[in-house]
Design a binder for this molecule. Structure first.
Ligand code: ADP
Ligand code: MG
Length: 728
C-alpha cells in the first residue's frame, strides 16, 4: 500500500477511496467490486476468520477458485526446466494431511522466505497439475516475523488464537491487501453516526456502528467479530426495511383514481355468469383488492397462489372494476404464448357480450404491423379497456388513454424497472403483481417489502389431484421404457401429456441450468428436445401419438400455433423446454414427464407439475433422473414427490439453493445484494427490523431527526440505482 496516511479522524463513510487510499489501491478496489467510498469498503466484511494456529483442510479445496488458506511449508525444491530456459521453485505446503504445491517460475530467491516449518496465508487459484493440486504464483504472507519467542506466554497464545479476517478476494487483490486497506481507513475514520436510533440499538444490546466496524475488521477475539456481525446484520436489515417502507410510503403519497364497482355494472354481470363459485381465498383476496382500488392511493399488491389456484379470475375482477369506471387495465405477461393464452381465456371467461364492451386487445411484438397499429389505436383511444401484452406494452408505440390498473403476471420474469416503466404510462395506476411461486414470508419482506401481500392457499374444489413419482434410472434403467408405456396408457384414455427436457438440442440449454453454485448433478449432456422427440417418435407404443416440439427458439407464431393445436387436442404430446413452465392451461393434459429432472430447481419442478391435473382429470408427474440414490439431487426430487405444498417446497428450495437464486436478479450479485443477511436463516431478525423501522417512520416519516439513517438509506438506494444503470 503506497497511500500516505490520512490525518486521523478525517474520513467519513462518504469520503472517496481515492483520497483515503493510494490511487492504485482505490482503482483496484473499484475494478474488483465497484467500490468508490469508504463506506463501500467498510461494508466489505470478512468472509470468515482464520487463526494462525489453525490449518485449512487442503483436501477440500475447490478447483479453479481463488482461495486463501492457512498452511505450513513442508519442503522447497528448485529444478531447471528441460524445455525452456529458467527454473521452477516448488514449495509443498500442508495442513497435516493434504499437500498442495506452490510453483514459481524464475524466483529462486523465494526459497529464503519459504523455509520448512514456516506458517502463513497463501492465496491463489487452485489448479490441477498432473493429478496434484497446485497454486501457480500464489500470493502469500508468512506469519513468522511476529511470532513471539516463548510459546507459553499470553502474547504467544494471543498470536496463535487471534482471528485473522479472510476477505472475499480476487486474483489481483488478495485478502491481506484488502485487510491493509481497511486498516488504513479505520485509522483515519472519524466519528461515525449510528444509523440505528439509540433506543433501537440499546433494546437489542447491540454495539455502536463505529465499534461494530472496528470489531468486524480487527477483532482480537472471536466474541468481538461475533458481536460485530450481530450488530451489522441487524443494521443491514433495519436500513433495508426502512428503505422499503419509505418506498412504499412514497408510492402511496400519490393520488390515484378511486375505482369502485357499481350496482349492475360489469363486475356484477361477470359474477352472475361465472360457472363456478369462488373459493374462500379468492373471495378474501378479491375483497382486499377491491378495498385497495376504492382508495385514493395507488394499490401495490402481490398476490401469490399456486398454479391453478385461480389468480387470473381474481385479477380479471379487478380489471373489470377499473373498466367499469371507464379506465383501462393492462395485463403484462412474460411470453407471447402466455399473453395469447391470457387473452383467449379472458375472452372466454367474459363471454361475447362483456367482451364486446371492454374489447380485450392483444399487444405483442409479433403481431403483424397492421394489427399492431390497429391495437395501438384502440388502446390509445381508450376503447380497449382490457389490454393484454408482453414487453411490447412497455414500448413507446403503446400509450393509454386512462391506464388505471397494471397486472403483472409472474413477477419473476419482470424487474422492478419494468413495472416502473409501465407505471409511468398512467397517472399513478394501481398495481397488482401475480406470482405462482410461493414466496416465503422473509423473502417477501426482503424483496417485495414495498408491496402488500395476499395469499391464495386453497385450490378450487373438484381437482382430481396429482401423483408424483421419481423414476430412478441409476438403479432401474428399464423403467425408461415404462415411462413411455405410462404416457401411452394416458393417451389411450383420450388425455394429453407434456415431456419436458432441459435442453433444446445437443448444444443449447434452456433456462434449466443447475442452481448456481451446484455442480451439474448428472454428468454428460442434458437430454434435449431434439433427442427425446426422436425417442418418443420411435417408440412403438407411441406410434399413433401426434407429437410436436415446443421451445424458445421457435418463432412466436409457430409456438402459438403449436400451443393452440395442443389446447384444441389436435396434438397429444408436447416435447418441450421450460417455455411451458408458466401458466399454460390445458385441462385435458394429465401427464408431465420431466427428463433429467435433477437439472431443474425444486420450485421449477413444482411449477411444471402444476401444468397437469388442472381439470377433473387426475394428474401424473414422472421425474426421470439418472442421479444416484442418496445424492443431493435425488433428495431434491424426493422432496418434490413428497409434497404438493408449494410453500413447503419453497422453504426446501431456500435451504438448498444459493441465496442469489432465490432473490433473483433483483438482489443477486451486485453491490446492493445482501451482505450479512440470509433470508433462509434471519426471518425473525428481518421481521423485528421491519417492525422497528415502521415505528421510527411512524414518528418521523421524513427521517428529519434521523440523519444517519437517512444517509444509510440513501447509500443503499444509490447502490441499487447504479447497479440498475450498470446492468443497462
Ligand atoms: P392461476 O392463474 O392461479 O394458475 P387460473 O386463474 O388460470 O389459475 O385458474 C385455473 C383454472 O381454474 C381456470 O380454468 C379457471 O377457470 C378455474 N377456476 C378458477 N377459480 C375457480 C373456482 N373457484 N372454481 C372452479 N374453477 C376455478
Ligand atoms: Mg395464471
Amino acid at each position: 500500500m503506497t497511500a500516505e496516511r490520512v490525518a486521523e479522524g478525517a474520513l467519513t463513510l462518504d469520503s472517496r477511496l481515492t483520497t483515503a487510499l493510494g490511487g492504485r489501491t482505490a482503482q483496484a478496489l473499484q475494478r474488483a467490486w465497484g467500490y468508490t467510498t469508504v463506506g463501500d469498503l467498510l461494508a466489505h466484511y470478512p468472509r470468515r476468520y482464520a487463526t494462525r494456529g489453525e490449518l485449512t483442510a487442503l483436501a477440500e479445496l475447490p478447483l479453479d477458485e481463488n482461495v486463501t488458506i492457512v498452511a505450513e511449508v513442508l519442503e522447497v525444491r528448485e529444478r531447471t526446466m528441460r524445455s525452456r530456459r529458467g527454473s521452477i521453485l516448488e514449495a509443498k505446503i500442508s495442513d497435516g494431511t493434504g499437500i498442495l504445491t506452490l510453483t514459481f517460475f524464475n524466483q529462486k530467491w523465494r526459497a529464503n522466505e519459504l523455509r520448512p516449518g514456516v506458517r502463513g496465508m497463501f492465496a491463489g487459484k487452485v489448479s490441477d497439475y498432473r493429478g496434484a493440486r497446485q497454486l501457480a504464483h500464489p500470493d502469500y504472507q508468512l506469519f513468522d516475523e511476529a511470532q513471539p519467542v516463548s510459546g507459553a506466554d499470553a502474547a504467544a497464545v494471543r498470536w496463535a488464537t487471534a482471528p485473522i479476517p479472510i476477505y472475499p478476494a480476487t486474483g489481483s487483490l488478495s485478502s491481506w491487501q484488502v485487510q491493509n486497506a481497511v486498516a488504513l481507513i479505520l485509522d483515519g475514520l472519524g466519528p461515525v453516526e449510528d444509523p440505528l436510533p439509540d433506543g433501537v440499538r440499546s433494546a437489542r444490546g447491540l454495539l455502536t456502528h463505529r465499534e461494530a466496524l472496528e470489531l468486524v475488521h480487527r477483532p482480537e477475539r472471536d466474541v468481538d467479530w461475533k458481536a460485530a456481525r450481530r450488530t451489522l446484520r441487524f443494521t443491514e436489515a433495519f436500513v433495508l426495511q426502512t428503505a422499503l417502507l419509505e418506498r412504499r410510503a412514497a408510492a402511496r403519497a400519490h393520488e390515484a383514481v378511486r375505482r369502485e364497482p357499481a350496482p349492475g355494472g360489469l363486475l356484477e354481470r361477470f359474477e352472475a355468469a361465472l360457472p363456478f363459485e369462488l373459493t374462500d381465498d379468492q373471495h378474501a383476496v378479491g375483497a382486499e383488492i377491491l378495498h385497495d382500488l376504492a382508495e385514493p392511493v395507488p394499490m401495490n399488491r402481490l398476490v401469490q397462489g399456486e398454479v391453478g389456484s385461480g389468480k387470473t379470475v381474481v385479477a380479471l375482477r379487478a380489471m373489470l372494476v377499473v373498466a367499469e369506471s371507464g379506465g383501462q387495465a393492462a395485463l403484462l405477461a412474460p411470453t407471447e404464448v402466455l399473453a395469447a393464452q391470457h387473452l383467449r381465456s379472458i375472452v372466454r371467461m367474459l363471454g361475447p357480450e362483456l367482451s364486446a364492451e371492454v374489447m380485450p386487445t392483444l399487444v405483442t411484438g409479433q403481431l403483424p404491423a397492421a394489427d399492431r397499429r390497429k391495437a395501438a389505436l384502440r388502446v390509445a383511444a381508450g376503447q380497449a379497456r382490457i389490454v393484454v401484452g408482453t414487453h411490447a406494452l412497455l414500448g413507446d408505440t403503446t400509450s393509454f388513454a386512462d391506464l388505471g390498473l397494471i397486472v403483472v403476471d409472474e413477477q419473476h420474469r419482470f424487474g422492478v424497472e419494468q413495472r416502473e416503466a409501465l407505471r409511468l404510462k398512467g397517472r399513478h395506476p394501481h398495481v397488482l403483481v401475480l406470482t405462482a411461486t410461493p414466496i416465503p414470508r422473509t423473502v417477501a419482506m426482503t424483496v417485495f417489502g414495498d408491496l402488500d401481500v395476499s395469499t391464495i392457499r386453497e385450490l378450487p374444489a373438484g381437482r382430481a389431484g396429482i401423483q408424483t413419482h421419481v423414476v430412478p434410472l441409476a438403479e432401474r434403467p428399464a423403467w425408461r421404457a415404462r415411462v413411455w408405456e405410462r404416457l401411452a396408457e394416458e393417451l389411450a384414455q383420450g388425455r394429453q401429456g407434456f415431456v419436458v427436457c432441459p435442453a433444446i438440442d445437443a448444444k443449447v440449454a434452456e433456462e434449466a441450468d443447475p442452481p448456481e453454485g451446484e455442480p451439474a448433478p448428472t454428468a454428460g449432456p442434458a437430454a434435449s428436445v431434439a433427442s427425446v422427440l426422436a425417442e418418443v417418435r420411435a417408440n412403438p407404443n407411441l406410434a399413433d401419438a401426434r407429437v410436436a416440439p415446443l421451445h424458445g427458439r421457435m418463432a412466436a407464431d409457430e409456438k402459438d400455433d403449436v400451443m393452440r393445436s395442443f389446447a384444441g387436442h389436435d396434438l397429444d404430446v408436447l416435447v418441450a423446454t421450460t417455455v411451458i413452465e408458466v401458466g399454460v392451461d390445458v385441462p385435458n393434459a394429465s401427464t408431465m414427464v420431466v427428463v433429467d429432472a435433477d437439472r431443474f430447481g425444486v420450485s421449477q419442478l413444482h411449477q411444471l407439475r402444476g401444468r397437469v391435473g388442472r381439470g377433473s382429470v387426475p394428474g401424473l408427474c414422472l421425474l426421470v433422473t439418472g442421479a444416484e440414490a442418496g445424492s443431493v439431487a435425488r433428495e431434491r426430487l424426493d422432496a418434490v414427490a413428497g409434497t404438493l405444498d408449494g410453500f413447503e417446497l419453497a422453504r426446501v428450495d431456500l435451504e438448498l439453493r444459493q441465496e442469489g437464486d432465490v432473490l433473483g436478479a433483483i438482489q443477486s450479485g451486485g453491490r446492493s445484494s445482501l451482505k450479512l443477511l440470509r433470508v433462509a436463516r434471519d426471518g425473525d431478525l428481518i421481521a423485528d427490523a421491519r417492525e422497528a423501522a415502521a415505528e421510527v417512520l411512524a414518528d418521523d416519516p421524513r427521517l428529519a431527526s434521523h440523519s444517519a439513517l437517512a444517509a444509510a438509506v440513501r447509500r443503499r438506494l444509490d447502490d441499487e440505482a447504479s447497479e440498475y444503470l450498470s446492468r443497462g
